[in-house]
Design a protein around this ligand. Sequence first.
Ligand SMILES: Cc1cc2nc3c(=O)[nH]c(=O)nc-3n(C[C@H](O)[C@H](O)[C@H](O)COP(=O)(O)OP(=O)(O)OC[C@H]3O[C@@H](n4cnc5c(N)ncnc54)[C@H](O)[C@@H]3O)c2cc1C
Length: 453
Amino acid sequence: MTTHTEALPVVVIGAGPAGLAAASHLVERDIAPLVLEAGPAAGSAVREWGHVRLFSTWSELVDPAAEKLLAPTGWTAPDGSTYPSGADWAEKYLQPLADVLGDKVRYGAQVTGVSRLGRDRIVDADREQQPFTISILNADGTEQRITARAVIDASGTWSTPSPIGGDGLPALGEKAAAARISYRIPDLKDPAVRARYAGKRTAVIGSGASAFTALAYLASLAEETPGTHAVWILRRGISGSTFGGGTADQLPARGALGLAAKAAVDNGRADAVTGFRTTAVERDGDRLVLVAEDGRRLDPVDEVIVLTGLRPDLSFLSELRLGLDERLQAPTELAPLIDPNQHSCGTVYPHGVNELSHPEKGVYLVGMKSYGRAPTFLAMTGYEQVRSIAAALAGDQEAAERVELTLPETGVCGGAGLFDDPTAAQDNAGGGCCAAPTTLQIGVGAPAQSGGC
Ligand SMILES: Cc1cc2nc3c(=O)[nH]c(=O)nc-3n(C[C@H](O)[C@H](O)[C@H](O)COP(=O)(O)OP(=O)(O)OC[C@H]3O[C@@H](n4cnc5c(N)ncnc54)[C@H](O)[C@@H]3O)c2cc1C
């Protein structure tokens, strides 16, 4: 890379928790970041699920470099033992952090393409000497190009939810039935959303933390509004691990989500339908009928909530030479560590620049997006990722390869793991792993010494 290129900023895509943490670590390293955020504020994606309470405490949600940057402003961290909502996370931490970063964060700037300046994907000549070129669509409709020495893509996966179809494609009729289908956990405090589900029969598809949350919300609505009922659709069968780690989960609030879903089934607020791989959504008057690959047809429902996971949007990275796992769409080196088909717990160790590098040098996928379709991402993992990458960009290889992280592990290890049924991998939108927090200080590439798993 030329000196000229090194004078350019590191572009960070997305002002979510991972992107803002990346910017904080870069500032700490005297490297100029430029954060490009499509939405109007910091944490635009988090704000969209602002009504959901996180299962992590504040102590697990604030990046150390960000905290240092915030400290001189008089900012004090919220009580580390309490659980924020998404809205709290955005308003009490992400926005103040973005405000400190000031003009290093640009809103209404949607990245629509990333390439090497003057070099499309197939051109080798002097490729690594060229800066990156980033194509931006501004909120006012104008287009712009900027150049960067490196690109950290922290754009998350929130805007690309997986569809209903058991084969990963939209089910037949899914698009036509869009008015009756939601891909979000309902905000029942919103009167319009409440009215949509009150007294109605709603299918909830998925088996991760998001589906658990939706089932718990609908069960509480059923207590107030007779006739409210949920039909919980799982692509796999129910086993000991279906409801997550329960009381053994070291993130107790995450364990509680599974228990709330179990209670909804046990007390008759929700019927569980297992092994149901939806292939079609048919109309029955105003209602919808879900049809499975095996020919089963469910009784009609009024609404469908789809929580079958999130996917990375790789479309704007198509001119880059990424090394991605063919199944998870996560960086090749990272994928084996997080593959829900292989691992039930304790096997995801803290990782950094080595696991997150691509054939195209200087580009990194971090945060939620780095996990591709794997459902177990935690914010603290992302903070460690960007610390390591910023160190590498600063030429501090020793710090880049040293990993320090307190990583919760699962209490559902031994016997059937959370994802032992391979079909679970695709409909689990946020299960995960967790045991007593273990402070790790290990080299990148070394497996964590996880107790009890
Ligand atoms: C309901 C829910 C609950 C969760 N609870 C927890 C929890 O308790 N604990 C935990 O550790 N993790 C939790 N997570 C997982 C994860 O920590 C969060 O999703 C977190 O927000 C991921 O941060 P991120 O910065 O990677 O992505 P995001 O928060 O999704 O941020 C990405 C940002 O990029 C922007 N963007 C997207 N595309 C573009 C583009 N093309 N150009 C410019 N900007 C773009 C978006 O507007 C957004 O602001 C939860 C996730 C969900 C969905």
